[in-house]
Design a protein around this ligand. Structure first.
Ligand code: PAF
Length: 257
C-alpha cells in the first residue's frame, strides 16, 4: 500500500493510471473498525484500485472536546488497511486542505439542520465541505459510505448531484457486532457498564415498537435520548451514554411494524 501525504503526488499517480482503471474511494477519520473494512472490501470488489483517506476533519466537530478526544490510531489503521489490501492511503494535513481557512463552505439548507444537524450545529457544513474537497482531489469513480450515517450519505449524494460531480455515491449496509450494536469508533470510549447500555440501546431500538415506546424503554434503561424519529420511511436514533453519542437508523415501513 502506498501512503500519500501530498496532493501533487496523488495527481501524478492518478494521471498515470490507465483510462480503464476504476478508482474506489473510502473517506474515513481513521480509528478503523469492521464497518470501514466492509466499505474497503466493496470498493475492492467493484474497482481496479482503492484509496482510503485518513483525516480527522476539525470543521465537522461542533464540540471541541469531541475533536480532541477523537481516537487517533494511525499505525493500527495502516496495518488494517495493508491487510485489507488497499492500494493507496491518503493522509493529508489540515493546513493543506484548509488553505482558505474555511472561508469557503458547502452548506445545504433543507435537511442538514434536522436530526444530527439539529443536535450538532454546523456539523453537516463541515462534512459536505471536506467531502467536496476530497472528491475534487481524488476524483474517484465511486465513493463508499456506510448506512449508519444515513443522513450524511443522503446529503453527500444530493451534493454530488447538485454540483454535477462525476462520482457515484454508494451506500453500504451498517455492520453490527453480534449484540446488534453498530460498529463505531465511539464504541471504544465506552466503559464495560456503558457498553452494556449501548447494547441495550441497539436491542430496544430494533424491537419494532413505536417511537414513543422506544423512548420510554430507553429512558427506563437509564439511557439519555437525544431523538428517536421517523422520517421518510426510516427510523433514526441518537443517544448519549456517559458523554458518548451513539447514532443508529434503519429503513422502516408500517408493514415492518
Ligand atoms: O463518516 C465519516 O467518517 C466522516 O464524516 C467523513 C465522511 C470521512 C468526512 O470527514
Amino acid at each position: 500500500m502506498q501512503i500519500i501525504e501530498n496532493i501533487q503526488t496523488w495527481k501524478e499517480i492518478r494521471n498515470a493510471l490507465n483510462k480503464t482503471d476504476r478508482i474506489g474511494f473510502v473517506p474515513t477519520m481513521g480509528n478503523l473498525h469492521p464497518g470501514h473494512l466492509s466499505l474497503t472490501q466493496t470498493s475492492r470488489d467493484e474497482n481496479t484500485c482503492t484509496l482510503v483517506s485518513l483525516f480527522v476533519n476539525p470543521t465537522q466537530f461542533n464540540n471541541p472536546e469531541d475533536f480532541t478526544h477523537y481516537p487517533r490510531t494511525l499505525e493500527q489503521d495502516l496495518d488494517l488497511l495493508r491487510t485489507a489490501q488497499v492500494d493507496y492511503c491518503f493522509i493529508p494535513q489540515a493546513e493543506t486542505l484548509y488553505l482558505d481557512n474555511y472561508r469557503y463552505q458547502i452548506s445545504e439548507n433543507l435537511h442538514s439542520n434536522d436530526l444530527e444537524g439539529a443536535c450538532r450545529p454546523g456539523h453537516f457544513t463541515g462534512v459536505l465541505t471536506i467531502v467536496m474537497k476530497l472528491l475534487q482531489i481524488i476524483r474517484p469513480h465511486t465513493a463508499y459510505f456506510g448506512e449508519k450515517d444515513y443522513q450524511q450519505y443522503a446529503l453527500i449524494e444530493g451534493m454530488t448531484k447538485a454540483f454535477f460531480i462525476d462520482t457515484n455515491i454508494t451506500l453500504c449496509p451498517t455492520i453490527r457486532e453480534p449484540s446488534g450494536l453498530a460498529y463505531s469508533s465511539r464504541n471504544n470510549r465506552l466503559s464495560p457498564q456503558q457498553r452494556q447500555q449501548a447494547e441495550q440501546f441497539a436491542t430496544i431500538f430494533h424491537q419494532g415498537n413505536s417511537c414513543t415506546q422506544i423512548e420510554k424503554d430507553l429512558s427506563q434503561a437509564g439511557i439519555l435520548v437525544e431523538y428517536i424519529r421517523e422520517k421518510e420511511n426510516r427510523r433514526y436514533a441518537a443517544v448519549n451514554i456517559g458523554g458518548v453519542r451513539l447514532i443508529d437508523n434503519y429503513q422502516f415501513s408500517l408493514r415492518s411494524a
